[in-house]
Design a protein around this ligand. Structure first.
Ligand code: UD1
Length: 326
């Protein structure tokens, strides 16, 4: 009985795929390789290149491998791209997720885990953000994620399939064993960019905004090591298998680091200075996003093991060194 991982060649999906294989699960990865990297998929996984909206392909995979649990990572994640192409984002993230969910319901899948985002929350709400805090997604990307959350909520009322939604804060770092990492050539994440600058592949790091109402004027985020995030998925799967009801969980450490804190961390790790350029705010960036992770700790027993900026940065640089995305 295998587990289906959609988007399993992508950044987070590939880490979860390795974590599942590491504990002896059978893994089927479905990825259209639009942004994913085949080399990041574990060798012991069954890899299928294809689309989550291909009903006959998904239906036959679910039946052939007797799949009862699906972890759904496939989707588009770049906020400015979603603003420029909202219909593309609704197609990719909502319409195709709907097709996948329908195929899952039709094939009797029992458990569904969905990658959501901290950007569904109202960024003006008091921090840290608990799961029940008010929602105000502003980008098509964030709205597409919240729409899919709602679809799952409605589906779980009408059908036996139970789900868990994991709302990621700022995921960073790479597999401690070096098997996978962030390999999207167009990645815009702060720690990924900082690693590229540290290796001299990008001339300098832009600091987007130094006039935020934060202690040092730069944006504050809750950076979580991708290995701890992968562990959260395994716990969510275990809970669903043990009969837990559908639920939503924040995934973050509950502490904020500014852009300048991250730069200092990178400088500590490389033992040198990082070339930076103070720039204007990036449109749409909220000043602060920090999670309240108490629910996932309490309900799933999630315990962070890599809550250390230097470790996150070191793993990101190690991966970048190994995987030259330019
Ligand atoms: C990220 C995720 C988003 C997720 C959110 C949750 C992506 C592409 N974005 O967005 O999906 O919902 O976390 O919190 O996965 N910065 C710089 N210079 C840079 C890059 C970033 O100063 O070159 C700053 C940004 O202004 C921000 C912080 O660093 O203050 C983090 O930015 P970034 O890593 O791009 O993530 P988010 O925009 O927070």
């Amino acid at each position: 009985m295998a587990v289906l991982v959609t988007g399993g060649a992508g950044y987070i999906g590939s880490h979860v795929g390795h974590a599942l294989l590491d504990r002896g699960e059978q893994v089927v990865v479905l990825d259209n390789l639009s942004t994913g990297n085949r080399a990041c998929v574990g060798e012991d996984a069954v890899f299928v290149e294809g689309d989550i909206a291909d009903d006959s392909l998904v239906g036959s995979l679910l039946r052939h491998h007797a799949i009862r649990s699906v972890l759904h990572f496939a989707g588009s994640i770049v906020v400015p791209e979603s603003v420029a192409d909202p219909l593309g984002y609704y197609e990719n993230n909502v319409v195709r997720s709907r097709a996948l969910i329908q195929a899952c319901v039709g094939a009797g899948v029992e458990h569904f885990i969905f990658s959501s985002t901290a950007t569904v929350y109202d960024a003006e709400a008091p921090q840290p953000l608990a799961e029940d805090e008010r929602k105000a997604p502003i980008s098509p990307y964030a709205r597409s994620k919240l729409m899919t959350e709602w679809m799952l909520e409605d589906v779980s009322r009408a059908h036996p399939m139970r789900h868990m939604v994991l709302r990621y804060f700022n995921v960073a770092g790479a597999d401690p064993q070096g098997r996978t990492g962030q390999s999207s050539p167009r990645a815009t994440h702060l720690i990924k960019r900082a690693a590229q600058v540290a290796l001299g592949r990008v001339p300098q790091l832009d600091i987007f905004g130094t006039d935020y109402p934060t202690a040092d004027g730069t944006g504050v985020r809750d950076y979580i090591h991708v290995a701890d995030l992968a562990a959260a998925h395994l716990l969510a799967l275990d809970a669903l298998r043990a009969g837990a009801p559908s639920a939503v969980y924040n995934c973050g450490y509950g502490r904020g680091l500014s852009v300048r804190d991250v730069i200092s961390g990178v400088e500590r790790v490389i033992g040198g200075r990082l070339a930076v350029l103070e720039s204007a705010r990036r449109p749409g960036d909220p000043p602060v996003l920090i999670s309240d992770p108490s629910r996932i700790k309490r309900a799933l027993g999630w315990t962070p093991r890599h809550d250390d900026l230097d470790e996150i940065v070191r793993s990101a640089i190690d991966w970048e060194r190994r995987f030259n995305t330019g």
